[in-house]
Design a protein. Structure first.
Length: 322
């Protein structure tokens, strides 16, 4: 079966315009999410203190004073990353002391319920999703190409954050997560809103036939998620024999290659879980296509920092009486 054929540049989504916080962090709020009780946003690589993944030596890219790597990695200083996390928490919640609770992610569909006691844990939970109805916490998901999904219940005031790479998407982590919100908090899907953050786009996410087979076995709409993308490099087009390989489709530099749309896949899961189409916001931006704004594991051949998607419930304001 053949798929629609496109050039990569035809599929690139525009980069969103970040908001610059007073502390210099550039982050992405969710359009239309003006709920006074809610914190939510997606980080970029801009506005931090890290130098481990600097792009200022890359041709055509602007120099940067420091970057917002939010992942504890071997290449970056731990204290610098923790300071970056406080900066991001301050940008989203207006308070650098707001607990930013991350996970040990492993491409699963495991979801945990997070509480204030988790803020003091030295060891994060091993999971790829977390939910809470407790105010004062920021639930965080780390990404560098995978898809971050945030969900909020406008009526019950409960929130969730999910990490959806292709394996997590295949395991229906977002759909399962909405089910957990219904079970634990009594959430009604018609009261839920969701935001799908920046991740690797259909333009750049080449995969092998085995990924197509996996999706085909799980989703009736699987074929709608895939495209064939041809290489628009003029040298390769003129001299294709120079680039012949024995690698599987999706793993060769020669087009057409098979690409999957994880953003659309997770939007479909939100719809299947009962959310209305107008309740789902797609923030936009491909992490690999916009290296000046995002970290990309694929785009940097594995040498990448980590971004975060964060969501939380504001603390109730204390009123002073005369």
């Amino acid at each position: 079966m053949r798929f629609e054929l496109n050039a990569p540049e035809e599929l690139i989504t525009p980069a969103p315009l970040p908001r610059r916080a007073a502390n210099g962090v550039e982050w992405l709020p969710v359009p239309g999410w003006d709920f006074p009780w809610l914190w939510a946003g997606f980080s970029t690589r801009k506005g931090g203190l890290s130098r481990a993944y600097s792009i200022d030596d890359s041709p055509g890219l602007p120099a940067v004073a420091g970057e917002l790597n939010l992942g504890i990695t071997a290449s970056d200083n731990r204290e610098t990353v923790l300071r970056n996390r406080r900066l991001f928490a301050e940008a989203v919640s207006s308070d650098s002391a707001t607990p930013l609770i991350s996970l040990r992610q492993f491409h699963s569909n495991r979801i945990v319920r997070t509480s204030g006691t988790d803020a003091a844990r030295n060891q994060p939970h091993k999971a790829d999703g977390q939910i809470t109805a407790e105010p004062g916490l920021l639930l965080a998901i780390q990404t560098a190409d995978c898809i971050p999904v945030l969900v909020a219940d406008r009526k019950r005031r409960a929130v969730a954050a999910f990490h959806a790479g292709w394996r997590g998407t295949l395991k229906r982590i977002v759909e399962s997560g909405v089910g957990q919100m219904r079970l634990i908090f009594g959430s009604d899907p018609k009261d839920l809103v969701a935001a799908i953050g920046p991740g690797i786009g259909l333009c750049c996410y080449a995969v092998g036939e085995e990924v197509l087979s996996e999706f085909d076995s799980q989703f009736t709409y699987a074929r709608d998620l895939f495209r064939e993308v041809f290489d628009s490099d003029p040298v390769r087009k003129k001299y294709p024999m120079l680039f012949l390989t024995r690698r599987a489709p999706g793993h060769s530099p020669i087009g057409p290659s098979l690409h999957v749309d994880l953003i659309e896949a997770n939007r479909r899961q939100l719809l299947s879980a009962g959310l209305a189409p107008e309740s789902i916001q797609i923030v936009g931006g491909c992490t690999q296509s916009h290296p000046d704004l995002f970290f990309s594991h694929r785009g940097s051949h594995g040498h990448a920092g980590r971004m975060m998607a964060a969501i939380g419930i504001r603390r109730a304001r204390k009123h002073r009486f005369p």
